[in-house]
Design a protein around this ligand. Structure first.
Ligand code: M6R
Length: 592
């Protein structure tokens, strides 16, 4: 989604705001803008990336201001639709992340009352509402106005009559306050702050923050003080930067042994069984997290012997559920995905026991669920999820074991599972050590227009995830299929220009997989076979072989997924794509 930042202090605000915006560009980058306070508020905004704004903006003088980098939802990515917005009199500047759902009606009323709009955005209604309700105190105006708004918002604003003050309000869209010395910050995400401070306060829904040079005060929407201390950020700015890798995505792929280790550490002891009756599990998520859920279904069914169902969050919200599983798992790396949050609320409304799996401490989802399992992947900047996905798989293995504990999971199986989990980081490392081989195959196949990823059983969702990675970063049209399905339609699309990536690990479907590989190579498609280290059969039937360590079948999605991530990465690099910021995508989708 969009990135927001606000600063007030003693230093010139413009370079601070622009620098912070650059760190937020992964949240959205189709237009950007800054507003600087002084005798009047000066605004500069345009279509394009932050570097373009930096080059074009006049040098404003001012020690307080706000800035925004946008990912369009309402209104095209144009200069007029870029944030911040000003009111009719040029006294208020405001930037917003989220969606104001009732903006149509609000805008009609405002226009009837004589307000002049310059954009097609929902956001502009808010700045005019602030203008109408301002009586000398910006936070009071903000409190009055948010009561009129429906939807989600992180808003930051400033008023020319209150120098040095930035006001921030949030509902269902993240905002973090940064505490400095003689200066303070607000931003939609931590990387924007890390150049300046490691002390942060996560704002919660309904809170209003007043940020001045001297400090930060938090109140609820009625003005009642909220007392919350700061937390120290334990990851460094270097963590949030590329650390010598060409792209964040590659860095994050190579961090996976560490990320897995951190997620598992301290969690491989004996489990206490759940103290509630459980007769089935529902998993809900979007995108890559949805694919992790699909793997989770197989794992839970096989380890805990519980029926599991998986739903895309946006479908669950509006679905007519015939039979509810009260044990509901919501997976979201960001913890801020609007559809998953709404699904969490809906599950609670339906009386479910809810478990959230997320990577972000204190993210919105943690406040919606009964229990949170954290993945410890560290911050992920690349839009394509990699280490957060692998650590979600780890969390799902742990959850499946806990669900089986005291019921179906035998102690010796539990012990083997723990051993298997413990050795996952080293297996992933072995795949990474083979990255040059994967790079060669990626180069050979990267000219393709279409690609098909096939797998069976718990590697079918891995095929889906492989296809998602490939399409989102390389722009090659890619589809994932259960291998047995190709003959029911997709075979018609196969040709020498459409490579097939076949996951052929040794499990009970292995023989069937070899037949499917035969079917596709008979249609002339080049085949990349992903098979186990000791496998001598698969290489006979495929054009390219990529090997993964021999792990127990249940863990095979982990090394195989890493191969597929690297395949997508190198294909995208070969095609010269903007890997960390693919077109039209944002890291965290905080609108429905
Ligand atoms: O933060 P979440 O896990 O809720 O995000 C869900 C999807 O938007 C996300 O997994 C997306 O599909 C990936 N970034 C794609 O690589």
């Amino acid at each position: 989604m969009c990135g927001i930042v606000g600063y007030t202090g003693y230093r010139q605000a413009q370079p601070i705001l622009v620098g912070a915006l650059k760190r937020l560009e992964y949240r959205g980058y189709d237009s950007a803008g800054i507003a600087l306070g002084g005798e009047k508020i000066s605004v500069y905004k345009d279509k394009g990336e932050v570097a373009h704004i930096e080059a074009g903006a006049p040098r404003f003088t001012g020690v307080w201001g706000i800035a925004h980098t946008r990912w369009a939802t309402h209104g095209k990515p144009t200069k007029n639709n870029a944030h911040p917005f000003m009111d009719c009199n040029g006294k208020v500047a405001l930037a917003h992340n989220g969606i104001i759902e009732n903006y149509g009606r609000l805008k009609d009323d405002l226009m009837r009352r004589g307000h002049v709009f310059t954009s097609e955005t929902d956001t502009e209604t808010v700045v005019h509402l602030i203008e109408e309700n301002y009586k000398g105190n910006l936070e009071e105006a903000a409190r009055t106005v948010v009561k009129m708004l429906e939807g989600s918002y992180a808003l930051v604003m400033m008023h020319v009559s209150e120098p040095g003050k930035v006001v921030a309000v949030r509902k269902e869209s993240p905002l973090i306050l940064g505490i400095g010395d003689g200066e303070n910050f607000v931003a939609s995400d931590v990387p924007a702050l890390l150049d300046h401070t490691d002390r942060v306060i996560s704002m919660q829904d309904g809170e209003v923050a007043v940020i001045t040079q001297d400090g930060v005060t938090l109140t609820d929407v009625e003005g009642k003080p909220v007392d919350r201390g700061f937390q120290r950020i334990t990851f460094t700015l270097d963590d949030a930067e590329r650390g010598g890798y060409e792209h964040f995505m590659l860095k994050e792929i190579f961090e996976q042994p560490r990320a897995l280790h951190d997620t598992l550490v301290g969690k491989l002891g004996e489990d206490a069984p759940y103290g509630i009756p459980i007769d089935g599990v529902r998993l809900i998520a979007c995108g890559t997290s949805y694919h992790a859920s699909l793997v989770g279904k197989y794992v839970i069914e096989s380890i805990a012997k519980l029926p599991a169902q998986v739903e895309v969050a946006s479908e669950y919200r509006y679905g007519a559920v015939s039979r509810e599983h009260p044990f509901t798992v919501l997976i979201s790396q960001s913890g801020e995905t609007a559809d998953t949050l709404a699904a969490a609320k809906e599950a609670t409304r339906r009386g479910c026991y809810t478990v959230g799996i997320t990577n972000i401490l204190g993210s919105s989802i943690t406040r919606e669920v009964d229990e949170t399992i954290y993945t410890r992947a560290g911050i992920e900047i690349g839009v394509a999820a990699t280490k957060t996905y692998l650590t979600q798989l780890a969390a799902l293995y742990l959850l499946a074991m806990r669900l089986g504990t005291g019921r179906t999971l035998r102690p010796d199986t539990a012990r083997q599972m723990r051993e298997g989990l413990r050795s996952l980081p080293q297996h992933v490392q072995r795949v990474l050590n083979n990255s040059e081989e994967i790079e060669k195959v990626a180069k050979e196949t990267s000219k393709a227009r279409d690609m098909f990823f096939i797998g069976r059983n718990l590697n079918y969702p891995v095929a889906l995830e492989g296809a998602l990675k490939m399409k989102e970063i390389s722009y090659i049209h890619a589809e994932g299929y259960p291998a047995g399905e190709l003959k029911h339609g997709p075979l018609a699309l196969l040709s020498p220009e459409a490579p097939v990536i076949a996951i052929a690990v040794k499990d009970h479907t292995y023989e069937k997989m070899l037949s499917n590989i035969g079917e596709v190579s008979a249609r002339g498609s080049p085949v990349v076979g992903i098979c186990s280290e000791g496998d001598r059969e698969t290489p006979k039937y495929v054009d390219y072989v990529l090997r993964v360590p021999d792990v127990p079948t249940i863990f095979s999605p982990v090394p195989v997924s890493v191969v597929l991530q690297l395949l997508a990465y190198y294909a995208a690099r070969e095609r010269g794509c903007p890997i960390d910021k693919p077109r039209n995508l944002a890291k965290s989708v905080t609108v429905e």
